[in-house]
Design a protein around this ligand. Structure first.
Ligand SMILES: [Zn+2]
Length: 274
């Protein structure tokens, strides 16, 4: 058998072995996982359940946040500086609830809404360097989208495409060769890419979060400033009745599949290599 014929046969055998044990995102154990998020809350809203399950499995999870979210308030007495501090504390609390310590949260410190005005080359290099430094088994990132990209918020568009571009650059040593030559960072091909904020049409994987669904609601509500009444007139606490009413409302809106609370992802299966 010619080698060129043998290779596809071996690939088929290998694929059969792999398909006998389908990949399960929530079962990943003892690995390094990076989550890239445009704002401090998208990571919570998309994935707090999955993160909580992965944290229980002794994974080393790091959250990389592109912006400081210093614009999201209708309170006319709020300032960007104050809001950035509030958002940082809220993100740390939400992450704590999910089982991720604050030292594992990394802020790239762009201003809210301004990510698209950053230098694209500098931004992709910065994220490429983070990937080469941590060498993650899994990256979670916002889906560039076949439809949603048209209506993503500005930071969402930029973060989605930038992270996808950095994942690609990280595996080829001739992109940003200074990382290797000056910093000793070797290229890294990310084994698993899982994209969140995915359309129902594009989703191809659902994590059952039944056992941590309540925890996810608490993590979401830790972003106090992003919900009424605090978004209109900031207060750091809640009227317990208002909080409980919102929690029940969010609970009713939890995405379900086959009767289970789920978080949806698009796991890269090669479509991203075109
Ligand atoms: Zn966002």
């Amino acid at each position: 058998m010619k080698f060129s014929v043998l290779v596809p046969v071996l690939a088929l055998v290998s694929a059969a072995v792999v398909s006998a044990q389908p990949f399960q995102l929530e079962k990943v154990q003892g690995k390094t996982i990076l989550l890239f998020t445009p704002h401090p809350d998208d990571d919570t809203f998309c994935c707090a359940g999955t993160l909580a399950l992965l944290a229980k499995q002794q994974n080393n999870i790091h959250i990389i946040i592109y912006t400081n979210d210093d614009k999201g308030s209708s309170d006319l007495t709020m300032t960007s500086e104050r809001l950035a501090k509030i958002r940082k504390a809220e993100e740390e609390e939400a992450s704590r609830i999910a089982g991720i310590p604050k030292q594992n949260i990394h802020w790239l410190q762009f201003h809210d809404g301004m990510l698209e005005y950053a230098s694209p080359k500098d931004l992709v290099e910065e994220v490429t360097k983070i990937i080469r430094t941590y060498r993650p088994h899994v990256i979670l990132s916002i889906d560039p989208g076949s439809e949603t990209v048209r209506w993503h918020k500005t930071d969402h568009r930029m973060a989605a495409n930038n992270t996808a571009d950095a994942i690609r650059a990280a595996e080829w040593h001739l992109y940003f060769p200074n990382h290797r030559l000056h910093d000793g960072l070797e290229p890294w091909k990310v084994p698993v890419e899982a994209y969140y904020y995915v359309t129902p049409r594009d989703a191809n994987y659902w994590v059952n979060i039944d056992e941590v669904a309540d925890l996810k609601l608490d993590a979401s509500l830790a972003h106090v400033s992003q919900w009424a009444p605090s978004i209109d007139k900031y207060r750091p606490d809640w009227d317990p009745k208002v909080r409980e009413a919102l929690k029940q409302k969010l609970k009713a809106r939890t995405p379900k599949k086959d009767g289970h609370a789920v978080e949806a992802f698009r796991i890269a299966t090669g479509f991203n290599q075109q």
